[in-house]
Ligand binder design. Sequence first.
Ligand SMILES: [Zn+2]
Length: 690
Amino acid sequence: MHLQVRADNTSNPLLQPWSTPYGLPPFGAVKPAHFVPAFDQALLQHGAEMDAIAYQSKPPDFGNTITAFDDSGRLLDRITLLFHNLTASETSKELQAVQLEMAPKLAAHDNAVHMHEGLFARIDALHEQRSTLGLDDEQLRLLERIHLDFVRAGARLQGQKRSRFGAIVGELATLCTQFGQNLLAEESTYTLELHGEAELAGLPDFVLAAAKAAAQQRGLPTGSHAITLSPSLAEPFLTYSSRRDLRETVWRARVGRGAHAGPHDNRPVAARIMALRQEQAALLGYASYADYELHDRMAGTTEAVMDLLQRAWVPAKAAAEVDRQALAAMATRLGQPTPIAAWDWRYLAQKVRAERFDLDDSALKPYFSLEAMVRAMFDCAQRLFGLRFVEQQGIALHHPDARLWEVRDRSEALVGLFIGDNFARSSKRSGAWMSVFRKQSGQAGGTLPIVINNNNFAKAETTLLSFDDVRTLFHEFGHGLHGLLSQVRFERLGGTQVLRDFVELPSQLFENWAMEPQVLQRHARHYQTGQAMPAQLLDKLQQARRFDQAWATVQYTAPALIDMALHALPNGTAVDIAAFEAEQCATLGVPSDIGLRHGLTHFQHLFSGSSYAAGYYVYMWAEVLEADGFEAFTEAGDPFDAQTAQRLLRTIYSSGNRQNPADAYRAFRGRDPQVQAMLRKRGLLPTEQP
Ligand SMILES: [Zn+2]
């Protein structure tokens, strides 16, 4: 047995040095079967590193304990990051099995590290003396951060509480993995095949093309059309299909995800996750799980979050009522029934928008080819931060659709690698996200980051994006830049490892440049003729931006409020997930013709992991910072103002978690953020309601 493991490991590419270009993972050589033995080896090695720090004879100092801890676990990190990226972007039955096997083991290891008494004793001793150690700001920040990580992970717990905490962490890891896999199983098997012209009624060419591609992916005969639950297909279908019955079918399928009795039912999974989270919060001395999470956020308290959400929720509901009347009038003219239903809203809003602004997404899309928009985002990064993206061919990545770029700064120095993986497929989870294969660090000569952006655009001969898709592309690229531009000494403080309600600032801020007229004039060119977008169309796009913002705000704010209410339940409150959602919708008065952007049984933010639990609000929190922050460029009179961009780079994009986020923001803006810019942007200030 031992011999066999060893024989396996010498040929295991995960455990060998990666002599690939840029030290990329050796994608071609790695097989699912390599992961379990490699993880086992890396876990042992990391455990030995912890012991070496903890049991050395020298008394603790910053270098032999804090820096040493920050530098540890590189082998494990490398394997873990690759594994998480593969299971998210290109998974398989084999990888899913490894995922289920490893999730509790990895969680147990993480728990063992943070419960390592000898290690924590050294960190705690240094933390006690932190003001007398002569540390600079970044060193002090690292010490405080690591200490807090340990305390939050239960390092101070004793006896039975200690072992119970570890058991909870393990069970949560398994349940969160299960939640995501259940959803993927439902999403990847759902297909609505469309038969004949009648069922294709109203669909513009780009939806037809995407439906054809989806049918092909699902193995249906050539020429047939299918709708899947991927938002980039289902949402346009809900917007354009004039078949009310089919819209209802698709809408119900989306809303019902994770809520079917059987092997993929997420209701009991989410309920159990909630029970464990409450127990976890109780063990750590918090009154609720929300209190525990908010303790390590910029917002600080549940009240601060609820207050912000309410400031948007109340005017948004009022504004939605005005829009509803316009939609109902349109329904009557089209001979459709009123009151309208949730599967009518997008469709009717599109009709009203087309009439009011003479603007139609399908008229815009030819100007937003994916290719051109990728060029546009690179161009913005160059004008703001001096970055140049140089595509590299012929290097194997995790999937043939993924592309690789070198990222170079003004002095031509390589600062990182960027991978773009933009197309939907059934082996990829839904949504859009940024991740890394390698983190930036300034130690030992420096390590360059390898950053990946994932999207789920429908692949076509020429992929044409909606304006929402363009914003998503820029959003993830904003996260990508946060990872790529990171310039910190210590890995734990790098890139996007900032507080959860600060992490969406660089991404949401970057969306602003997608909306800049001068960016669109330069890059939004017709994919067939190369013509720039006509000024008139550009004007309309700008004018229409605020249209239906009330709907978007209600759709987002309601689940954010429900998330907080759910996680703010006092410890020990049993939850029936479906009933809780229904009660909350009734209490809040969520309009049934708008509904929730995410229902609890498919709310991956909350249940596929814990980092966005009691944290869906972070998008609006960051939007306050982003809207207020972008006005710095407006005030400077130039969206690419060099001084403002330089300050933004220094205080936000390159600084990771080197300082407290409120201080970082103040250093950029010269003052605290104000909420008005966000409300104005959404058309929700009292004087500006439509
Ligand atoms: Zn984001």
